[in-house]
Design a protein. Structure first.
Length: 317
């Protein structure tokens, strides 16, 4: 069993791909060398940091981070230059610049990343550089170079597409949904004990987080296709997965309600209703049809099992 994460953990259950790490390293190196060649002066720290932060799991996130980073650096450098020219580069001025930058971002409703970038840029300029207009302009140019290099690196080296995780999460939801129908059918054929009914209810409720993960994975897959040159050919696959999820979502709600009915009304001493075996057969057919949906339909030659509504007579007392 995986341990529960705490506030003191330094490791994560997930990690970026090795390709993502390589792209970040390449972007940092290219940004450093290019900015050092184009902009003379101190080491191009701003360019390297910008390239590192801009390489994200999707091109859409890279563009957003590049804009966020550039706006934050421009605001922070301008703020630091104004305060440095007016009051010098004393420690108190550095601290005031950081606080003013955060307040400025808060008043303008900027994102957390932009707010932090304003404060960081102001601190770096006042503590490491000169507070002159030329220095400020050079740092802004460095940042823009690093942001552009980060976007180009993410675009040129295997543009990221988060389609495989989405496909896996939808497949997992499909399979868990089918298994839940089969478990419910077994409960109708062989009435479970109180503990068995509790287990059946817990299993049905666990479909919600599976559905939520599938929805999040599909959102990430759609985002990964924005600005992506491979997006046009893959959008149909994302749309097909989205159609599957749209079908499964109400079925999850219905299944939980059906399981709840069994949980609430079944008892160890109840007389079995003669209609229950026929309902169990239909539930197994539903599980069969759920497995035939989506991308599995092309590989499965079977016909759907549900052919007509189930007609029930007056239930017994």
């Amino acid at each position: 069993m995986r341990p529960v994460p705490t506030a003191f953990d330094v490791r994560s259950a997930t990690r970026p791909s090795l390709l993502q790490v390589g792209k970040s390293a390449v972007a940092v190196a290219v940004a450093w060398l290019l900015a050092g060649w184009l902009v003379h002066g101190p080491a191009p720290v701003f360019a390297a940091i910008a390239a590192l932060l801009v390489v994200q799991p999707s091109l859409n996130q890279s563009v957003a981070r590049a804009i966020e980073r550039s706006v934050g650096v421009i605001a922070g450098v301008v703020l630091a230059s104004v305060l440095g020219i007016a009051f010098g580069r004393a420690t108190a001025v550095v601290l005031v610049a950081a606080a003013v930058g955060l307040l400025l971002a808060w008043s303008l409703r900027m994102t957390v990343g932009t707010a932090n970038q304003i404060a960081i840029s102001a601190i770096l300029v006042l503590s490491l550089g000169a507070t002159t207009p030329e220095y400020a302009v050079d740092r802004i140019i460095e940042t823009v170079i690093g942001a552009i290099v980060g976007i180009i690196a993410n675009l040129a080296i295997v543009p990221p597409v988060a389609l495989a995780p989405a496909r896996e999460q939808v497949r997992r939801l499909r399979e868990e949904l089918a298994l839940s129908f089969e478990r419910l059918a077994d409960a109708l054929d062989h009435p479970p004990t109180a503990a068995g009914r509790e287990e059946l209810m817990i299993g049905a409720r666990l479909l919600r987080p599976v559905q939520s993960r599938a929805s999040d994975a599909l959102a990430a897959a759609s985002e990964s296709l924005t600005f992506n040159p491979r997006g046009r050919s893959l959008r149909t696959q994302v749309a097909a997965l989205r159609d599957d999820l749209d079908v499964f979502t109400p079925i999850v709600t219905q299944l939980i309600g059906m399981t709840r009915a069994v949980y609430d009304h079944a008892s160890d001493d109840a007389t079995p209703d003669p209609a229950l075996p026929a309902i169990a057969v239909q539930l197994r057919r539903v599980a069969h049809d759920v497995r035939l949906t989506g991308e599995q339909a092309d590989a499965a030659p079977e016909e759907p099992a549900l052919t007509a509504p189930l007609e029930l007579v007056q239930p017994g007392p």
